[in-house]
Design a protein around this ligand. Structure first.
Ligand code: FAD
Length: 438
């Protein structure tokens, strides 16, 4: 019996789970049975792409959440936090245990609502959600897909301050955000990366005529990602923001937020304060690498970023097959631990599509290893990975750079982003978003 664990159930993790079930189920026998366990702190998945829209239109929050029982797959066991905690998702449990798409009797699929706190080469440590006691799960193969954390609410659904565990928590939080926006006259977005641009875009589309919407960015151009080599794209995005009435302040650094919302600014001319009532910090992220960083003795050499200006920007180093690899001794790799999605140290633009792709690729490689074809592992196509990117400014303006060419308002992209790619993503991995079957 082989044990596979997947750490993180978002784009990369869920894609890995679905692909593993699809690839293994037809080939297993009593002699090659497999158990897959998904460890994820939420009893569902949020299509993060729609988060900016869900704070200005809280009804949209419902559309971008898919609870476990809408995953179109059978879980053989589900361990979720108990009722006293106010987090129970009983409906999800009952429905998922008896769910539609079944799999081979030699495959077991389990879900545990938890965060993995530490990995070893063969074990995952976590707190059991039912007993609240530390627990250990042994594994033969592991997919690390724990992604990235943003500064705070509402862009980090599992931030420490506001722990989102189920759909109810999520809808409540997004409603609160909309109430705060309704009350504010000036809303400032801090950081002009993709998240900041899309947040400002949604605020402008919904409230641009009645509120002051401001974007502050510390550099001379938007989108600081070094992998993106196209200033025309950056300039056109700026043009669209300004056209919609955004006050864009470049080359200014926000150093503090006052209790009343005002912002302390640092500029070459000195420090001063500007008025603001509500602020969205979209300036940074940290990769969720606790499972590795809590075992530096074993994994320190697999973490990049020690030399980086910002030590929080660490990534998991992988080889061409997405197996976890030490930097100074790549041949001595962890061939049964895969890292996928936003947290990997690959020089590509990190996207949800890329995470889904990597999850599927790792799943395929694990299936190969289990079914005895370790020689045929698939490589991540790094040299062919296009540096293409799409950004929306509200749902009525899309900008993309495809093979170096900037395209504004491409019809198919506009259609895809009308629901922030929710239906497309749902179809890709066969899960249902929204309240269709609750
Ligand atoms: C607001 C917003 C808008 C975006 N817009 C776009 C866009 O338009 N297009 C695009 O392509 N990309 C966009 N992105 C980026 C895209 O969402 C990411 O590339 C994608 O989420 C990466 O997927 P992932 O599965 O690697 O990680 P994540 O989506 O970050 O998922 C990680 C999962 O792991 C779980 N987790 C974390 N720590 C642990 C742990 N210790 N144990 C167990 N589970 C854990 C988390 O709960 C989460 O479910 C956007 C991101 C945000 C936040």
């Amino acid at each position: 019996m082989k044990q596979i664990i997947i750490i993180g159930g978002s784009y990369a993790g869920l894609s890995a789970l679905k692909a593993l079930v699809g690839k293994l189920s037809p080939s297993l026998t009593s002699a090659t049975s497999v158990t897959i366990t998904l460890l994820e702190p939420k009893t569902g998945i949020i299509n993060l792409l729609g988060l900016p829209k869900s704070i200005v239109d809280s009804s949209f929050a419902d559309d971008i959440y898919s609870p476990l029982h809408q995953y179109n797959m059978k879980f053989d066991s589900i361990r979720i936090a108990d009722k006293e905690d106010g987090r129970t998702d009983i409906t999800a449990t009952k429905l998922s245990l008896s769910n539609q798409e079944t799999h081979s009797e030699f495959l077991t699929v389990n879900f545990i609502q938890t965060k993995c706190s530490k990995l070893t080469a063969k074990e995952a440590h976590y707190v059991d959600p039912v007993s609240n006691q530390p627990a250990i799960l042994k594994f033969d193969y592991c997919v690390l897909a724990s992604g990235r954390a943003r500064p705070d609410v509402p862009f980090d659904p599992i931030s420490k301050a506001h722990h989102i565990c189920n759909k109810e928590d999520f809808l409540k939080q997004q409603r609160q955000q909309q109430d705060l926006i309704e009350k504010a006259n000036t809303v400032t977005v801090i950081g002009g990366g993709a998240l900041g641009i899309e947040t400002a875009g949604e605020l402008l589309q919904q409230y641009g005529k009645v509120k002051k919407i401001r974007l502050i960015h510390p550099y001379p151009r938007l989108l600081p990602e070094p992998v993106l080599k196209n200033d025309e794209f950056r300039d056109k995005i700026l043009e669209q923001l300004v056209k919609l009435g955004c006050e864009v302040l470049m080359e200014l650094r926000v150093v503090a937020e006052r209790a009343n919302g005002n912002l302390k600014i640092q500029s070459p001319k000195g420090e001063y304060e500007i008025e603001s009532e509500l602020n969205y910090w979209c300036h940074s992220y940290v990769n969720n690498l606790e499972p590795l960083s809590n075992n530096l003795e074993l994994f320190e050499d697999c973490l990049t970023g020690k030399e980086h200006l910002n030590p929080k920007r660490r990534c998991a180093n992988v080889n061409e097959f997405l197996q976890l690899a030490p930097i100074s001794d790549p041949k001595n790799l962890f061939e049964k631990i895969y890292a996928v999605g936003d947290l990997v140290a690959l020089p590509i633009l990190k996207t949800s599509g890329g995470a889904v792709y990597m999850g599927g690729l790792a799943a395929g490689n694990i299936a190969m290893q289990i079914l005895g074809n370790s020689e045929d592992l698939t490589e991540f196509p790094l040299s062919q990975w296009p540096p293409n990117m799409a950004v929306v400014v509200g749902t009525k303006v899309t900008l993309q750079v495809v093979d170096g060419v900037v395209v504004v308002n491409d019809k198919s992209l506009l259609a895809m982003y009308a629901d922030y790619c929710t239906s497309r993503f749902g179809q890709t991995i066969n899960i249902e978003f929204g309240s269709k079957r609750v």
